[in-house]
Design a protein around this ligand. Structure first.
Ligand code: ADP
Ligand code: MG
Length: 261
């Protein structure tokens, strides 16, 4: 079982180095159609506990839909998804979203609430914590991403990078077993990208199970245990980052890399 301490992120390299006890994720033949549009055409992959998988591929290939199926922001139209061996389709959505945190391109903070209120809201409503416990855990989470001083600010007063760090801290405060990132740095000004990527790399190093949809090929190469290349609703190729980036096999991956690298 995790404690508040084990999900904390140390702000400095010499601070204590807690680890996560991540859970595994397995997609088995996942399909998703919107009307006649087959967006996921039988997607299967597994992420071991503590493993980091990056998903790359052209726009419209189904990357976001695959992630959103994992925590049921979309309901798959076929196949199964397992979290630590248990089908997510038979869990309550609240339980599932506590166990699997998600971070979006747009930070999705409530603009009319303060930073700390953004943190405590799901802790109270979803995790069912009392007021004091929620506040204590929220402040601990903010401290760990270096933003305790902004607790009473509204999000608009923070930079995009700071807002995204709050969004990550908010997800971590639920003490999830896995984290999903959907282009978490794509909306940020270039100078703010690095801080968020560093935080994500930190999580990876501490053993969080992560599925990361990203355009940051440098991040995928240096942090991912495995890279999955999707195109048109299927996995075309997957492997170690060195294999994917230095020795791509399929013409589609070769063409994609030629465009983005
Ligand atoms: P990616 O994240 O790889 O860019 P998406 O998963 O967002 O791809 O989208 C894949 C396809 O699914 C696109 O053709 C998109 O238009 C379609 N799609 C995604 N979400 C919906 C939705 N809610 N309703 C209808 N079509 C959708
Ligand atoms: Mg997307």
């Amino acid at each position: 079982a995790t404690t508040a301490e084990t999900t904390a992120l140390a702000p400095t390299a010499d601070a204590p180095d807690p680890t996560f006890s991540g859970g595994s994720i397995e997609l088995q033949g996942v399909r998703k159609t919107f009307g006649r549009n087959e967006v996921l055409n039988g997607v299967s992959f597994s992420v071991a506990a503590g493993e980091v998988v990056c998903v790359i591929g052209p726009s419209g290939s189904g990357k976001s839909t695959a992630l959103r199926c994992i925590n049921r922001l979309e309901e798959p139209t076929g196949g199964d998804i397992r979290l630590d061996g248990e089908s997510t389709l038979s869990m309550s959505v609240d339980t599932l979203r506590q166990r699997v945190g998600m971070v979006f391109q747009q930070f999705n903070l409530f603009p009319h609430k303060t930073v700390v209120e953004n943190m405590t809201l799901p802790l109270r409503k979803v995790a069912g914590l009392g007021k004091d416990e929620a506040r204590t855990r929220a402040m601990a989470g903010l401290e760990q991403v270096g933003l305790a001083g902004k607790a009473d600010y509204r999000p608009v007063r923070l930079s995009g990078g700071q807002q995204q760090r709050v969004a990550i801290a908010r997800a971590l405060a639920m003490q999830p077993e896995a984290m999903l990132f959907d282009e978490a740095t794509s909306a940020l000004d270039p100078e703010l990208v690095k801080g968020v990527l560093r935080l994500m790399a930190d999580l990876a190093r501490r053993g969080m199970t992560m599925v990361v949809v990203t355009h940051e090929m440098g991040f995928a190469r240096s942090v991912a245990d495995r890279v999955i290349f999707m195109d048109r609703g299927v996995i075309v190729e997957q492997g170690r980052p060195e294999a994917i980036f230095d020795d791509p096999q399929s013409p589609r991956l070769q063409a994609f890399l030629a465009e983005v690298l």
